[in-house]
Each structure stands twice: as C-alpha cells, then as structure tokens.
Design a protein around this ligand. Sequence first.
Ligand code: DGY
Length: 338
Amino acid sequence: MNTSTNTQTNAQKPKILVARAIFPEALAQLEESFEVRSNQADQILTPEELKKELAGVVGALVTGSERIDAQALAQAKDLKIVANISVGYNNFDVPAITTAGVMATNTPDVLTDTTADFGFALLMATARRITESEHWIRAGKWDKWSIVNNPLGMDLHGSTLGIIGMGRIGQGVAKRALGFGMKVIYHNRSRLAEADENACGASYVPKDELLRTADHVVLVLPYSAQSHHTIGEKELALMKPTATLINIARGGIVDDLALAKALREKTIFAAGLDVFEGEPSVNPELLKLSNVVLAPHIASATEKTRRAMVDLAIDNLRAALGGKKPPSLINAEVFKAE
Ligand code: DGY
C-alpha cells in the first residue's frame, strides 16, 4: 500500500482508500484532493488488512474482491462512503453498511452496452465452438475441410434466446438478439412494462418454460442468497440437449459442478462462462471439458468502460464527501443533505 505525497500537505487533506489498482491518471487526480492510501500493486487485501485500511479513512473505492460487512467496518469510525467500482454489489452487506451510517454506491449504466456486447460474443463463441476450433487448429488437428468432421455448432439466427434477469444488461442482450433474427423470451423477478418488452421484442415466460424451450439461455441476474444456484441439476435437466448456457452474471448463480456433469454427459450442448463459483479458481471438472468457453470475468473489460466505471465511482465518492447525494447511491436512507 502506498500513501500519496503531494504539494499541498497531506495533513490538510481528507484520507481515502483505493483498495485496488486504478488508472494512474485517475489516481493522480484523487491525490490532488485527498491523502490516498492506494494499492497499485493490486494484491487483494485480506479481511484483516481491509479492516485496518478502512480505519481512519473517510471514503473508499473498492471492487467485488473486497467484502464490506460489519467486520470490515468495525474500526471505520470516520467512513462516509464505500464506492464499488462494479455494478454488482453482492460484496456489500448493505444492511451492515447502512447500520454503520455509511453510503454505498455502485456503477450502473456505464457498463451496460459493453457487458451486453460481451454476453453476445460469449454466446456466439459457445454456440459456434470458436475457442474449441482454435485449440483444434493449434493442436495441428485440422488436416482438411470436411462436411461432417469439422466442429459443427448451433445456429443463433432463427433460434430462441432465453434471458434470465431482465435488467439493463439483459435488455441490452435482447436488443442485440433482434438483429440476429432470434425470438426472445425472458424470466425476471418482476415482469417488464409492456413498452420495455416491446422495445426489446421479448416475451415473459415462467422460468421452467424458458429452460425447456430456449435454444440459448443467458444469465444476467444479480447474485443474492435467493439467486444462489438458480441453475442446478434440476434446471439443467430441463434444458434441451442442443442448448447452450451463458453466465455473465455472477459465480454462484450456477452450480458449476452440476454444470460440468451436464456438459460431460452432453445433456446440454455447451456453456460459456465469464464468472465462476470461488473465482479466480475454476472448478477442475470444467477445465477438463472442451464444450465450455471460459473467460476471466471480463464482460465489462474495455478500456473505455473500465475508465467510465472508475470515473463514476470517483464521482460518487466526491459527491458523498462534498455533502451531495452520490449519483448511484444504493442506501438512500443514509444520505443527509447538508
Ligand atoms: C460488475 O460490474 O458487476 C462486473 O461484473 C465487475 O464486477
């Protein structure tokens, strides 16, 4: 961890924590206004280290790697805001943060299109066996063009796409599917307004019906105790043997061991995963399979979008510390206008 040094003496500046590496220009800007404890080495802090670092700072920029709960906040008496550089905030124990009187924010909207693009990319790579084909070439196995003895995939055009979790990103995936001539069905905790359904050409169906009828299933729902293992053995058994499953939501939404079994036994065709239970570890059973495309949680990872996420988190932090309502405040009840 580094502490900033700057022309204005740090003694006059409020102290903040930047818990993971961010773009150097963003860090330099923060250092003009704050005494910054920063982690440009990008080593994930242990819970004990995080607790120590949060003690004595007024604001913190964190990511999904930092669990913010009562234990982390135990000594954070001056803390006013924890700004997540992520739209998902299952790393936050929101009731505990609220009880501590700390504002919690996330980074919605700025990553919607980038993440929806990636969901579609992963779907195409999975259905058309792109990474498997590349490995096949690199292994020197491509000796001729063949009608039947080349990797044969599944079509997107004319197929039915089932989206579970129809927030901003789910709707973004649906809109992309329209361009591919897909029929879109969705399941969500609450049904969308008719105008929103029409805008993305999607029809609401019960979850089991979606799993039975979709040719491709994309998961985009937030992780919570309720959504843990939304897709397990029972749900996988409902899917078509020709179907693909794409997870751009969170590890834990899918029972990865049950998925590996379904892929191994070919009760579903293939899967594309950007997130994993216990990541960055990946279940070794998944690693043995060729009908799964693996990505290291990069759905929002374009330079432009990651910069926009950092900028929004900083806007949230500056607003909170300047007595203004942060643009993406999660626990509005903590905000007291000055
Ligand atoms: C998000 O913003 O939730 C991404 O998954 C990064 O954590």
